[in-house]
Design a protein around this ligand. Sequence first.
Ligand code: BES
Ligand code: MN
Ligand code: MN
Length: 465
Amino acid sequence: MKEQVQSYLETHKERFLKELTDLLKIPSVSADPAYAKSVHATADAVATALTAAGADHVEICQTAGYPVVYADKIIDPSKPTVLVYGHYDVQPADPMELWDSPPFEPVIKKTDLHPEGAIFARGACDDKGQMYMHVKAFEIMMKTDSLPCNVKFMIEGEEEIGSENLAAFVRANTDRLAADIVLVSDTGIISNDTPAITVGLRGLSYCEVEVTGPNRDLHSGLYGGAVANPINVLCEMIASLRDENKHITIPGFYDDVEELSAENRAAMAEAPFSEEAYKKALDLKSTEGENGYSTLERTSIRPTCDINGIWGGYIGEGAKTVLPSKAYAKISMRLVPHQSSDKITALFQKHFEAIAPPSVTVKVTPHHGGEAVAIPTNFPAYIAASKAMEDTFGKKPIPVRGGGSIPIVAMFEEALGLKTILMGFGLDSDAIHSPNEHYGVFNYFKGIETIPLFYHYYSQLFNNA
Ligand code: BES
Ligand code: MN
Ligand code: MN
């Protein structure tokens, strides 16, 4: 089976790359309504690709937002079923001027970490490139007659804006989505010679705040000094959200945070990581974060509170002496297992209102959120993923907790009773969400090669279980 997969892949590599390149040309930015047509066109393209690969029941399912592409291949109801999840939407490309080549005109270029070349385009790694590996792996299994179990695809178009309509879709389609395991490639490995499987994702709580001072913009000379400047106040409020140890000051924020055992933390510290290389890659003299935790811990097992955007007043050319009426910020908190997104949002809201001085009024508007997940390493699907990666990388993958969020994953467990395998192939340095996002050609083909082996081992272990 391995040889057949290999040889089909070898023969079709060029076409597989060309197809991904074509998909990357469609700017499926879900956050910006200006791209609506392209987001729909991408859903169509994914559906067409799934049909061509050999899927049945391919359907573009309408939701209150962008559609979900569903497809399946049921070879035998008595065999296990893998539910593949991915997303065809991408983050906005801006700031455009920082791209070395246009974000929706993919080009392949060599880099230090990708000597075999990487595809530069928005969505190359997150998640079109990784999602499309599953379509091509499925094609290979169909064409080489080696699909060992049933497969269902659910590819959504709103992951980057919080998957709110997907949650409703999942709840309304629990029968159609019935499966034994969810398989996702939307995370990463440590490096191209150090494979990893993500066994945790952080949750998210996201709020927008509006601080209002005077009822209109004022002359900062006439009124400045006597009337609260909402930008000054907002900065003070934000600064107070973390203390001198970079500990978040919202009362109750840490109540449900799981403290890892010393053994667990020691095991985490075994993962290869160089603080020096980390700093160098980001041109930093120093990292910073919660006292008492390492960089890896700060980005995985510890919660955060970050300002994602802040604005107000005059930001045009030159100087304008204004005391603005309003100031705004977008604030997100990354959460860890057992913290509840709704509860943290409520705690934040209450605290932020409480710390507002009487000179301003504060409005807090919650956005989307999501729960953290932790995935065990001692069940058949994990073992299958581990064996598959060990075969193709020649090394056993290291289980790692990821710092990012995929809100729907917690819902798979809650609504479908399913565990998820996060078998991603990206690198942290692939610049997802940033200018010059890219995905290694090596990683793309490695993923396509590894996925059929997951199906193989999973079916084998499932039958023996
Ligand atoms: N694929 C990422 C999540 C990710 C990346 C997890 C790398 C682990 C490692 C996903 O597309 C993403 O960006 N999620 C958002 C959440 C969302 C609600 C916008 C995130 O993490 O910010
Ligand atoms: Mn993603
Ligand atoms: Mn993303």
